[in-house]
Each structure stands twice: as C-alpha cells, then as structure tokens.
Design a binder for this molecule. Sequence first.
Ligand code: ZN
Length: 322
Amino acid sequence: MLDTTIAGSLPKPAWLATPRMLWAPWKLEGAALEEGKRDAVRLALQDQAEAGIDIVTDGEQTRRHFVWGFVEPLEGVDFSKMMRIGIRADRYQADVPTVTAPLRRQRPIHSAEARYLRSQTRQRIKFTMPGPMTIADTIHDVHYGRRADLGVDVIQLDEPAFNVYMDEVREWGIAALDKVVEGLPCRTVVHICYGYGIKANTDWKKTLGSEWRQYERTFPLLAKSRIGGVSLECANSHVPMSLLGLLGDKDVLVGAIDVASDRVETPEEVAAVIREAMRYVKPSQIYPCTNCGMVPLDRDLARAKLHALGAGAALVRRELPA
Ligand code: ZN
C-alpha cells in the first residue's frame, strides 16, 4: 500500500554536469564520462533507498535531457544542426537537433542503462522514457513535414506461445495483449505462428493432426480484443482457411510463404493462398506476408521468397476491381 516512487529524474552531481540547469553539458568525456554516469546512478539509488522510496529509477543520470537520451542514438537526427524553437506550444525556447533523414533505430536504446539499473539494486525498478508526441515536440523536423509521421505505422507483437497454451490465452494472454496495445496511436498486429522451420517445430507439427484448429479457440477472443490485426501461418499449413472468418473485422496478415521449406514458392502458389483467404476476408483487410520470420534461412533463399511474395500479391492485385 502507498508504495512510493519518483517521476524520474534527480539532480546530477556537480562533477558530472552543471547543477541547476536543464540540458546541462557533461563535465567529463569518453570513458570517464561513462564511468561517471554509472557512479551517479549508484548515488541516485542510494539516495532513494535511504529515503525509503519503494520503486526506484536511475534518476536519469545517464541522459543530458530526458528526450535527448532517446534521440541521440537515432540515425536521421543531426545534432550539428541545432535550432532554437518554441516547444510545448511555444511556452519556452529550446535548442533542439534537426531531423534531416528517415529516423532509424540502429541499436537498442536505454537497454544497457536498464540492465545496469537492474544489476545495482534488488528493489523494484521503473525505467522512464519520453513518449512519441513529446519527442516530436522536442526536435526540429525538416524531413517528414508532419509530426504524426515521425512515429511507426505498425507495431507487431509476436506471440507464438498463443498456439501452445490455449487455456492461458483465454485466462490472461488476450488481456495482457490488450494492456500492451491500449492507447497506441498506430496500427497493431499480433503474430501467431507455428514457429521457425527448425526440427523441434516440424516434429511438433507432425503431432498436431491433419487439421490445425488452435486458431479456432483464439480467433473469437482476438476478434473482441483491441488488437488491430493478426499475422498467421497459412502456406503449407494444416490450418483450415475457413477459420479466418472468425476474426471479424481484424486485418489479416496471410502467411503465403513457407519458412520451413527450402523450395521457393512460385508467384502463382502465393496468389493461390491469397485467393483462398479472400473467400473469408475482404481484400482491403488482407496483407500478404510470410508464415514466420526468415532469420534461419540462407540469404539468397530468403531474397527469392521475398520476390515470390511480391510477385504473387501483384498477380492477385491485378484481378481485383479497380
Ligand atoms: Zn513466427
């Protein structure tokens, strides 16, 4: 009851950054800076522990500013092109970096800090991050032209476990999924497959019988959930395509490429899977896709399968009324 926590940041030690100042420059460089940041996190944790705070943060000791910490590692943001703009509806002025090219995340952001925080305390921890709208408000964009476009278009959550723990899906899996996607401003998808084309999976599939009906139990629950779409294994699977009709108005990412086979599909084979799906789902809701991820495949093979997917979808697209 009444567990305490802080919003996020704490003042930094004077040897790390100029005190009483937002966007304060670092006083250290290179390896000394990295070590100094970690020392500051330990002090922030100690201060919170001594004060009896229950759920602790790293005090945001590793970031010059709560938004910059996230934006600095991104590709497409130019910190040499600083621009003074009014932020928060012009409430105050800030020097912000400029978005000059498509935003790309080249490596995980803040994961090392989160791991370090976890390693330094046995208390419950909270990790804070800026939200998309606030990030967009704290950078100068000359590339996209529209703030909403700075975010992602689709977020996909991968849930192969949904085909294994059928009772748990009903008990808490769907509710957990709903919690994750609640309030997301973009389209959302859940990927539910029968796994990569590795031996453990192909052996398992042999035990599932001639008709795979796992989806039959999950789809009616997903149809009532917040999730926007479902990514499925349809190519060479024993899933009866009629089950797609249980998904209501959800988008359907129809797996038309078998990732467990080294044979490249023909465009006509891909088209046949898409046409079959169209018997149960409107074309406007269908997104031709691969059955699962292709990471274990040979690169040339994966490239050939991508081409088959594109060509097969194009075949069906030409048959649709304009
Ligand atoms: Zn998968």
